[in-house]
Design a protein. Structure first.
Lengths: 139, 199
């Protein structure tokens, strides 16, 4: 994998500004959700039908735990969501910084076919492991 | 401008394969996102009108938004905000799925264009009273499958897996959808009972 630090090209998608904006909007919606909306308990149809949790079961509780600073509980409630949020924080800090100060962006310049394949397999393994943990942990 | 919007919607809804085959894959996110916003505005407006006619309040018994202005405005604002966030998140999930299947042959912008034109067009089906939103959501999945297959030049099976797997497996959204449907059904039943007792 070859990484490069460069300015945005003309017409290129500004991923940093895009995802920082989406994250900020979601954070606002989440706060509104907590303060204003009364939601019914969410019943997972996948769990009702199969008896096992779906990969996103516990996502809402993991989000709440993360918002309250309880990282361990967040990871245990849903490793995918807890871990994803944990990884998202440094990316969002970087994205906000480079968007606001118009700094050069970090981009993947080249990925070999073997590396791409390895990344795909690793991602599938991580997804399966996170789901397996939910099933074994009895969520 | 309105005529172009109508022509685009008609082409996407009636001939999705032809529409997405001829769609530009680059050129900035502005035009497709603007199209999606316009379509969502029309759909949300229609949905809010039907919702206020049914006097469910905002989102029926599903949730209330007193801070956002209950009823009509609440439904309108929340549909727009959720619609726009969902557009980017949905495109991100589809692109991730395509990447995991080794089928993402175009950058993220192509996926976002497919989702934006699909969402903007199917949101218009929300004009149909009550069931329009559900029909639009289901037809939207069809448009995404066809569009992603055309844009990324991959076979339809892979694009269908990319679109349907999150919908089937990631049940949070599915559960929210079913909660909304159930709220609608029970709300209608409660209204019917109230109407009968008044007579």
């Amino acid at each position: 994998v070859t990484l490069e630090l460069r300015s945005l090209r003309r017409g290129e998608t500004d991923h940093e500004a895009l995802w920082a904006g989406v994250a900020a909007s979601m954070a606002v919606m989440f706060v509104a959700w907590l303060r204003v909306v009364e939601w019914p308990p969410i019943l997972c149809p996948f769990r009702v039908l199969t008896g096992v949790p779906c990969p996103t079961c516990g996502a809402t509780r993991a989000l709440f735990a993360f918002a309250q600073g309880d990282l361990v509980a967040s990871l245990r409630l849903n490793p995918l969501v807890g871990g994803g949020l944990l990884l998202a924080l440094p990316y969002l800090a970087y994205a906000t910084l480079v968007s606001v100060f118009r700094l050069p962006r970090l981009r993947i310049a080249q990925v070999g076919p073997g590396e791409a394949r390895l990344t795909r397999i690793a991602t599938w393994v991580v997804l399966a492991a996170a789901w397996g943990f939910l099933i074994v942990d009895g969520r | 401008l309105v005529q172009r919007f109508i022509d685009t919607a008609r082409a996407a809804l009636t001939d999705p394969k032809g529409f997405y085959s001829g769609m530009r894959l680059a050129g900035g996110l502005g035009p497709p996102v603007t199209y999606a916003v316009a379509g969502t505005c029309v759909g949300a407006l229609a949905g809010a009108i039907w919702s206020s006619f049914a006097s469910f309040g905002s989102f029926g018994s599903f949730g209330s938004f007193p801070g956002a202005g209950s009823g009509f405005m609440g439904t309108l604002v929340m549909t727009l905000v959720f619609g726009m966030i969902g557009l980017f998140i949905g495109a991100g999930i589809f692109h991730l799925m395509l990447s995991l299947l080794g089928a993402a042959r175009q950058p993220f912008e192509a996926t976002l264009r497919v989702v934006a034109y699909g969402a903007g067009s199917t949101a218009l089906i929300g004009i149909v009273p009550f069931c329009g939103g559900i029909i639009g959501a289901v037809y939207g999945l069809v448009l995404y499958v066809v569009g992603l297959s055309a844009a990324h030049e991959c076979d339809t099976t892979k694009s269908a897996i990319a679109v349907l797997t999150p919908a089937v497996v990631c049940c949070v959204l599915t559960a929210l959808l079913w909660s909304a449907i159930l709220a609608l059904i029970f709300g209608a039943a409660a209204m019917g009972a109230a109407g009968a007792s008044m007579q």
